[in-house]
Design a protein around this ligand. Structure first.
Ligand SMILES: Nc1ncnc2c1ncn2[C@@H]1O[C@H](COP(=O)(O)OP(=O)(O)O)[C@@H](O)[C@H]1O
Ligand SMILES: [Mg+2]
Length: 258
């Protein structure tokens, strides 16, 4: 593992008028590290994630990312072309609702192949072979390659969205409630698959979830949010087994009672 962070976040805040989205968030993310952002609904998780992924302009603070050439760049000072390059290749973004991250009316193979074409792959045979390989890696049968995702189940759609995101070998993947809309049994299988892929590929990831079980299974480290602020941060097992902040104690105990 490299001894230089991939992402450096300093005093990041986002206000919606007078309402706090998130405030004074600072942390670093390391290569290969999976960080979970947890907290109840409305605590600011999605706001923070979108500010990190350049999908929402912060009101204050900075986010620096270590580019492939080793240079740190302020994400909000990138040119539009540089930002698009990151979004298309170096990063992935897995939406809770697969329809937000897929093109529902083009084939599964094209959904995966499109990301390869965006990084300059023009060889149809290679693209199809890589797409087939990736469908297999997310447990979608190769004879579904020409089907559109609207014909897929929720779990399959989410697995396809994951393949589409990982096919370009990103270094960092953002995920917003990746198992949120799925049945419990489907969730468990998807989590298992995600955990394997993230670890095999050595991906860094930031995973937003209100589900502490998801944080436990996927993340190395976690940050607990309340009312837009980080109230506790630490190694996942430590935070869940020995929560220090009163709010985290409440969150952990209320989950255990469910
Ligand atoms: N587009 C928006 N306009 C105004 N307020 C918003 C908007 N998006 C989120 N908020 C508010 O910001 C706070 C954090 O919301 P959000 O980031 O969606 O939390 P979470 O993802 O943890 O549920 C909440 O008070 C929410 O009502
Ligand atoms: Mg949210």
């Amino acid at each position: 593992m490299s001894d230089t962070p991939l992402l450096k976040v300093r005093d990041l805040s986002k206000f919606y008028g007078s309402r706090i989205g998130c405030q004074n968030v600072s942390f670093e993310l390391w290569p290969g590290e999976v960080l979970a952002i947890v907290g109840e609904s409305g605590s600011g998780k999605t706001t923070l994630l979108n500010c990190l992924a350049t999908r929402l302009a912060p009101s204050a603070g900075s986010v620096e990312y270590r580019m492939r050439d080793g240079q740190f760049r302020d994400l909000y000072r990138l040119s539009e072309a540089e930002r698009r390059f990151l979004m298309r290749t170096d990063w992935g973004f897995v939406h809770q609702n697969p329809a937000d991250g897929l093109r529902m009316t083009v084939s599964a193979g094209a959904n995966v192949g499109e990301r390869l074409m965006a990084i300059g792959d023009r060889h149809y045979g290679n693209i199809r072979a890589t797409a087939t390989d990736w469908l297999g890696r997310v447990e979608i049968a190769s004879d579904r390659i020409d089907d559109q995702p609207r014909a897929f189940s929720g779990g399959m759609r989410q697995r396809l969205q994951i393949a589409r995101n990982l096919v370009t070998n990103p270094r960092l993947v953002f995920m917003d409630e990746p198992t949120g809309g799925l049945d419990v049994s489907v969730q468990a299988r998807l989590l298992d698959l995600l955990r394997g892929l993230v670890s095999d590929l050595g991906l860094a990831a930031i995973v937003v979830t209100h589900d502490l079980a998801v944080a436990r299974l996927l993340s190395h480290r976690m940050m607990v949010m309340k009312d837009g602020h980080i109230v506790e941060t630490g190694l996942t097992d430590r935070v869940l087994d020995d929560p220090q902040a009163p709010y985290t104690q409440l969150l952990v105990s209320s989950i255990l009672q469910v």
